[in-house]
Design a binder for this molecule. Structure first.
Ligand SMILES: [Zn+2]
Length: 215
């Protein structure tokens, strides 16, 4: 049995073993503390592998191609950020590189390592640090913002030149959906339950993000 602090009201309570699809609510405020997933590791792992493939495709194939007066040009996300850097837009280039390349790449890498490592319990203690890293990266990986930006640019440029959406753009669209699906299927509580030090080295209770209760 696990002890957990409610994220809303901080009440410490024991979580019973959950059947697949079962839910535990806080007995004081009703916040859902844990949901019993029928498949807490394999489904998010499959989605994360799909996201890794979509990420590689999104960054190696052209986002869009432009043709105007007989000339043709196409660019990838990385080339776009590099061009901005060269033209002096260094802050924008850094933000694009971080939110479109480093953060989503880091999130996929962390999640992939965590989900592979927890397949055989007990998971080593560094898995906890990786899971924290993934949580820190998620808000910064702004695939949906990037997709919106690309669409706005497409509509604006379409007046001046012929624009063909590239494979990369469909891959970014797939990434938006996959990231949401990973967040919906991954169960941090099940992962923490398999991390060795959460129970053995440190007996104090932790919440679903691994923070110690009562701090
Ligand atoms: Zn509560």
């Amino acid at each position: 049995m696990d002890t957990m602090a409610c994220p809303d009201c901080d009440l410490l309570q024991q979580l019973p073993a959950l059947p697949p699809g079962g839910k535990v609510r806080c007995c004081r405020c009703g916040h859902v503390l844990a949901v019993g997933s029928s498949d807490p590791f394999d489904r998010p792992l499959a989605l994360t592998i799909a996201a890794a493939i979509a990420f590689i495709v999104a960054h190696t194939t052209p986002l869009m191609g432009l043709s105007a007066v007989g000339r043709h040009a196409s660019t990838t996300i990385g080339q776009g950020a590099y061009e901005m850097w060269v033209q002096g837009e260094r802050i924008t280039a850094t933000i694009v590189a971080f939110c479109a390349v480093l953060a989503p790449g880091g999130y996929i890498l962390f999640m992939l390592t965590v989900l592979l490592a927890v397949r055989r319990p007990p998971a080593p203690r560094w898995v906890g640090e990786m899971l924290r890293g993934a949580h820190a990266m998620r808000p910064w990986s702004m695939n949906e913002v990037m997709l919106l930006g690309i669409l706005v640019a497409l509509i604006k440029i379409a007046e001046l030149a012929t624009v063909e959406p590239g494979v990369g753009m469909y891959a970014v669209g797939a990434l938006v959906i996959l990231f949401a699906a990973i967040a919906a299927t991954v169960d941090p509580h099940a992962i923490w339950a398999r991390v060795a030090w959460a129970r053995e080295a440190d007996p104090s209770p932790r919440d679903s993000h691994g923070r110690q209760a009562g701090r």
